[in-house]
Design a protein around this ligand. Sequence first.
Ligand code: MN
Ligand code: MN
Length: 327
Amino acid sequence: MSRPHLYLKGGFSFHRSIAERVTDVVDEAILEKYRKAGKVAAEAANYARTLVKPGLPVLDLGTKIEKFILDEGVGLSFPVNLSIDDVAAHYSPPIDDTLVLPEKGLLKIDLGTHADGYIADHAITVDIGKTGGVYQDLIKAAEAGLQVVVENFRAGQNVVHIGKLVEDAIVKRGFLPIRNLGGHNLEQFNLHGGVFVPNTGSGYPYVLKEGDVFAVEPFSTNGAGHVVDGTSKFIYRFNKRSKHQLPMPLASYLEMIRRQCSTLPFSPRWLEGKIPKERIMPSIIELARKDLLQAYPLLMERAGGLVAQAEHTVIVHKDSAEITTVS
Ligand code: MN
Ligand code: MN
């Protein structure tokens, strides 16, 4: 079975049904938590948009967005992703990052919140230099893809049919969808429940049920329409405890990560002040080498194309989808 990714990548060969919900009763108290997380995610994205300008340190942008979310009284379901141009996903500023926003480019702001483990996953794309042209066209194509998903997402609908509509919407605008990235269902403290919503007309034909919660996320590109793993890794996640006795302080670091972040992805930045700074990266790399942490490599457009993304979290109802990520 493929390992979970922040973005469910690598195709649709594996599938697990949403089996945990054994009754058809949709728990309103849980839906309220999804809504609370969603509202904060939308407000954080609006706030982030006002900050974007060429020359802004990406680390400043990331820490401000994460602080905004925490100040609203919800948790971070993953470190904010600030991926530029052909980096489709998984760039989150590392400790002491020196990267600044370029004069022109496509910035994907992908952020995650949670209330008691119930997650909102939301992304917008910003034309950093207000360059227009292909930058704006790619954003419009991703947004058109997202709109067609939202309009067609309802109980009884097949996700492959929705994927085909997304593909058509993006191709009609002269671009390609990224075929190995897509939407995913959400469960408590689980960013990827195992069901994939393709951005093309092929995949596992899951039929949506009332009460399902999904993140849906079309990506548009002027490249190959495919992402590959980069070499850099800026996001990690607790994977499992060690079968063997770990040396100290490694054992205590792993336990600290598990307590602080549960099974949700985290940034090494979040360990500053808790672990001596010079020990953070060597410890994380060692824990990842032992497979106790999972690392998320950058996802790069294979042909170096520009990438735009638009993402909402939605609750499936009988005749419609309710977007939680609205302010
Ligand atoms: Mn996302
Ligand atoms: Mn997502």
